[in-house]
Design a protein around this ligand. Structure first.
Ligand code: NAI
Length: 377
């Protein structure tokens, strides 16, 4: 039987809304049963109904949705929170406390304290709180993770990752309201580009290497003078197993489009993956030739094979990476254990790293502990 799915945010014209709908509905696990899709109640109600939601479950705002759903026998099984960042904490907490499973967009919260609170509330409620680090669900990223776990490149010495695009590089467009808020502390919090894109890269490093980020040393720059928050950052990090990390994230790298890639260098080999060519991993054993590993080819790990649904060489892409998150969420809601689903603990770790990087950048790049207080022993 299909699970009932509800969505908050992700209204018409939003950036991430379509990827969630394509992803959630791709495998027949969920049907869109309820929604509070837009900051404008009327637009949200109308759009939800056009997407097939019944009129009495096309809500004007999330509080109305919480009240409407909590008493229903057929209430939604999962709520996706795809609103702007500053609202994530309040909405996610309220739905977890009311007993709903939640998939929250990144960044999960604005502060470390809020992140810890979400981890506690999720634990107390027994509900799933996942965070949409969807790049970790690309099949070939899972392959890299498996290769590290099975020792195919030896102990990982170094991770180098970039998430740098150029879409906010036009100084003439810096006052455009859709761009400006991202660099305004009142709207975006303590960090601009690092909290927006850098945390995907940091999560990916932990996900593939299998270790947590322990400490960071950061250099932040606002290359467009009117910006308070950084539009470019270089973050060095160290991981719990000793791996050295280098991360560059920028929104003024004109000519770079999506610009997310990662290289993992171990004692006996190196690997490279880029989100703009997600079907391939370049793998080089020490002293050997570079091989191109292809999504869908035989001999890949079970996990990479499971998460690839179309034949070799056909692009699957971003919405199906999001769909992989929903596949595992559906399984987890039905009681199966699924490894690799990004959870509230990962969202909290990101927040702690963001705040540590901000403190480091203010202190001339000093090394700062990036572990959430609740995970320090
Ligand atoms: P957007 O500004 O394009 O869309 C936001 C949507 O939420 C709009 O439809 C708006 O009307 C609606 N909304 C705003 N406040 C609301 C409220 N209180 N209740 C209900 N609806 C509300 O924003 P975008 O780019 O789609 O980002 C949304 C979230 O998704 C952000 O947290 C962002 O960081 C995250 N995101 C994640 C990505 C990923 O790769 N995982 C990629 C892009 C965005």
């Amino acid at each position: 039987m299909k699970l009932n799915w509800g969505m908050i945010g992700g209204g018409e014209g939003s950036q991430i809304g379509p990827a969630h709908r394509l992803g959630a509905l791709a495998d027949g696990n969920f049907s869109l049963a309820a929604g509070a899709l837009d900051a404008d109640p009327e637009k949200g109600r109308a759009y939800a109904q056009r997407l097939g939601v019944a009129a009495d479950r096309a809500y004007g705002d999330w509080r109305e949705m919480l009240e409407g759903e909590r008493g229903r026998a057929d209430r939604v099984d999962l709520v996706t929170v795809a609103t702007p960042n500053s609202t994530h904490f309040e909405i996610t907490k309220a739905f977890l406390e009311a007993g709903f499973h939640v998939l929250c967009e990144k960044p999960m919260t604005m502060t470390v304290e809020e992140g810890e609170e979400i981890v506690r509330v999720a634990k107390a409620s027994g509900r799933i709180c996942a965070v949409n680090y969807c790049y970790s669900a690309y099949p070939m990223v899972r392959e890299m993770r498996q290769m590290v776990a099975t020792g195919q490149i030896g102990k990982v010495r170094l991770v180098v990752t970039n998430f740098s695009h150029g879409h906010h590089g036009n100084a003439q467009d810096a006052d455009n309201p859709r761009v400006r808020w991202r660099y305004d502390p009142a709207m975006a919090g303590v960090s601009g580009q690092f909290a927006d894109c850098g945390i995907h890269a940091l999560h990916m490093a932990s996900f593939i290497v299998g270790d947590e980020v322990d400490r960071v040393s950061a250099d932040f720059a606002s290359t467009i003078a009117s910006r308070v928050l950084e539009d470019d950052a270089m973050v060095n990090f160290r991981m719990s197993g000793g791996t050295v990390g280098r991360l560059w994230t920028s929104s003024v790298a004109i000519g770079r489009q999506h610009g997310f890639d990662i290289q993992v260098f171990g004692e006996t080999g190196g690997m490279r993956w880029a989100s703009e060519q997600p079907n391939q991993v370049y793998y080089t054993p020490v002293g050997g030739r570079t091989q191109i590993m292809e999504k869908g080819e035989s001999g890949l790990s079970d996990e990479a094979a499971r998460l690839s649904r179309v034949a070799i060489a056909h692009p699957e892409g971003f919405p199906l990476a999001v769909a992989n998150i929903y596949v595992d969420l559906a399984a987890a809601i039905r009681g199966e254990k699924r490894d690799g689903l990004p959870m509230a603990e990962d969202g909290l770790r990101s927040m702690a790293a963001v705040h540590a990087a901000v403190a480091s950048a203010k202190d001339g790049g000093a090394w700062v502990d990036a572990r959430p207080p609740m995970f320090r022993s």
